[in-house]
Design a protein around this ligand. Sequence first.
Ligand code: G1P
Length: 292
Amino acid sequence: MKAIIPSAGLGTRFLPVTKAQPKEMLPVLDKPIMQYVIEEAAAGGAEEILLVTGRGKRAIEDHFDRSAELEQILSQKGSEWLAAVQQVAELPQLYYVRQKSPLGLGHAVRCGAAFTNSEPFYVLLGDIVVPRRDILPKLAAVYAQTGASVIAVERVPDELIDRYGIVGVEPCKELGEGCYQVNALVEKPAPDDAPSDLAIMGRYLLTPHLMELLENTTPGEGGEIQLTDALVALLADEPLYAVEIAPQASFDTGNVLSWLEANITLALRDERYADDLKELLADLLSGERAHD
Ligand code: G1P
């Protein structure tokens, strides 16, 4: 299986941090965001991964490259970090292509047409961290039964509906619990125009026909070529399925508050930090630690 990870966005919601470094390289706990995304793709069976990058994203390539010099120094010192550094270099084969102009998510995915070469492929958005590892396997299971495209969806509160692609669905229990057939999609609708509260949350398994449709997809919401619009066109030709994942299973790390939430949540789940962090948070909230 191949995977495309669009990661060409400018990171404007995170300026000035992202002025000279890619938003995908910001840390969540002790790893860059992109490492979580690539590890998730690998766990979902992706053996070749294409990163669609843009200007100013070279740090991503450096991070996933082998660093023989650093490994040698850590090895000589008997450093506990050697394994973590080696693990990065053992991830699946990565390929890179540049999206030369920021024409939208649909255009970024289309930049991978020669890479996917008429095969089905995953798309994982490069700024969404999903700690659980069962989402891509669920998409793959529905694809194995139907041969059709499948997207992961998550229920969102009304006030967040206009930030997402929203789907209209019919339950499809024969495919499993939480599975739906999609009958409508709208990119970033006003809450009154939304067909449901199920939002596309950045994980897709797409058929080659979707790649063909992207060729003729014209700019939509925000003046950008939208992946959601190509999925609307797909509905006329092929079925499209959705798998609902647990609410709040994903972190949109492209904005500061959600990035902070990702850091705190993962630290609270990590035995190296959990107890100390709980104490620290309690002291901060009670005013015992004030930092004035
Ligand atoms: C993109 C997609 C949207 C999806 C969202 C998930 O929007 O266009 O359909 O719901 O990712 O984060 P963006 O966040 O890039 O504006």
